[in-house]
Write a protein that binds this ligand. Structure first.
Ligand code: TRP
Ligand code: SF4
Length: 323
C-alpha cells in the first residue's frame, strides 16, 4: 500500500515560477510513489481574503489549470477543492475544542502575518485557527506525509500535536504526519525582493513570451557594473540567482563570463529569457487549452473520491468521541 500525501495551495493568485520550483515539480514526482491528494485551500484563502471573496472561485479554477499544465495528473492524484468536502470544516470544529489558544498565539506564521499584513484586520477567530483547519485537511485523510516549504513546518508540527492530543483523549485514530521538505529553491522577484503578487514582481507560469523578455530585462543586476568592461559580481545579481535554479549546468560558465567581463548584462539577460521561455511556453500553451468545464469535471470527480474517505474518518472520529 502506498503512503498517503496531502498538500494544498491557497487560491489567491496565479501561479508563478516560484510555485513551480518550490512545490509543483516535487508534487508531480511524488505522484508515482504516493497516493496523492492535492487540494485547493479555498477556506484558507478566505481567512485573509474575506473582503474580496469573489476572486477565490476564479483563482481556484485557474490554479487547477496550472496544476494540470505542469503535470499533476487527475488519473494518478485526487484533485479537489476544500469547500467541496464539508468534513474538513467539521473536523476543524472538533479539533478546536481541545486545541489550546497558546499553541495558536505562539505559532510563528501567525505572529509574522499579523505584523506583515497591515491593510486587513487579521485579529479574527478564523485566522487564529488557520493551522487547526490545516490539521483537519491533513488528518481527515490520515495522510502520513505533507510536502511543504520551510515556512509551513510549524503547521505540520501543530498537526502532529493535535493528532497526539486527539489520540490521547479519545483513542488512536490519527497518524502523526511528517513534512516532506521541498528543497527550497529561493527564486527572488524581478526586483530582488521576495516574489509576491502584492509586490508586482512575479514571472507567472503563463507569462507571454514578450512579457518574459521585458521582465527579465528589468531585473536588478550588479549595480556597480555600469560598462560592459566592468567586472561583475554574480553573487549579488538577481539574474544569476535565476541561472542557479533554471540552468545549473552552465552556472560556472556564466560566473566566469560575468567576473571577467566577457559578456554584457544585456546579452546575459537575453540568454536567461530564452531559458525561461523554454520552461514556461509548454506550460502556458497547455494551460491556455484547458477549458473551465474540464476543470469543473475534475473537481467533481475529486470531490467524490475525497468525500468518501473524509466521511469514513469523520464517522470514526464521532464514534471515538461519543461511544
Ligand atoms: N497553508 C498552506 C500554504 O499557505 C496551504 C495549505 C492549506 C496546506 N491546507 C494545507 C498545505 C494542508 C499542506 C497541507 O501554503
Ligand atoms: Fe548579472 Fe549576468 Fe550582468 Fe553578471 S553579466 S551582472 S550575472 S546579468
Amino acid at each position: 500500500m502506498k503512503k498517503r500525501i496531502l498538500s494544498g495551495m491557497r487560491p489567491t493568485g496565479k501561479l508563478h515560477i516560484g510555485h513551480l520550483k518550490g512545490a509543483l515539480e516535487n508534487w508531480v514526482k511524488l505522484q508515482d510513489e504516493y497516493d496523492c491528494f492535492y487540494m485547493i485551500a479555498d477556506w484558507h484563502a478566505l481567512t485573509t481574503e474575506y473582503e474580496s471573496s469573489k476572486e477565490i472561485h476564479n483563482y481556484s479554477i485557474e490554479i487547477v489549470k496550472f496544476w494540470i499544465a505542469t503535470g499533476i495528473d487527475e488519473k494518478k492524484s485526487v484533485i479537489f477543492r476544500q469547500s467541496d468536502v464539508h468534513q474538513h470544516a467539521e473536523l476543524h470544529l472538533v479539533f478546536s475544542m481541545f486545541t489550546p489558544l497558546g499553541w495558536l498565539f505562539r505559532c510563528p506564521t501567525y505572529k509574522e502575518q499579523l505584523r506583515e499584513i497591515k491593510e486587513r484586520d487579521l485579529k479574527t477567530y478564523g485566522f487564529l485557527g488557520y493551522p487547526v483547519l490545516q490539521a483537519a485537511d491533513i488528518l481527515i485523510y490520515k495522510a502520513e506525509r505533507v510536502p511543504v516549504g520551510e515556512d509551513q513546518v510549524p503547521h505540520i508540527e501543530l498537526t502532529r500535536e493535535i493528532a497526539r492530543r486527539f489520540n490521547y483523549l479519545y483513542g488512536k485514530v490519527f497518524p502523526e504526519p511528517k513534512e516532506i521538505l521541498t528543497p527550497s529553491a529561493r527564486i527572488p522577484g524581478i526586483d530582488g525582493r521576495k516574489m509576491s503578487k502584492s509586490l508586482n514582481n512575479c514571472i507567472y507560469l503563463d507569462e507571454e513570451k514578450n512579457e518574459i523578455y521585458k521582465k527579465v530585462n528589468n531585473m536588478i543586476t550588479d549595480p556597480q557594473r555600469i560598462r560592459k568592461t566592468d567586472k561583475g559580481h554574480p553573487d549579488i545579481c538577481t539574474v544569476f540567482s535565476y541561472y542557479k535554479v533554471f540552468s545549473p549546468e552552465i552556472l560556472d560558465k556564466v560566473r566566469n563570463e560575468c567576473e571577467n567581463a566577457k559578456i554584457g548584462c544585456v546579452e546575459c539577460k537575453k540568454r536567461l529569457a530564452n531559458i525561461l521561455e523554454r520552461v514556461i511556453s509548454p506550460i502556458r500553451e497547455k494551460k491556455n487549452k484547458i477549458k473551465d468545464e474540464e476543470v469543473i469535471e475534475i473537481l467533481k470527480e475529486g470531490k467524490k473520491k475525497a468525500s468518501k474517505i473524509a466521511e469514513e474518518t469523520l464517522n470514526e472520529v464521532k464514534k471515538a468521541i461519543f461511544q
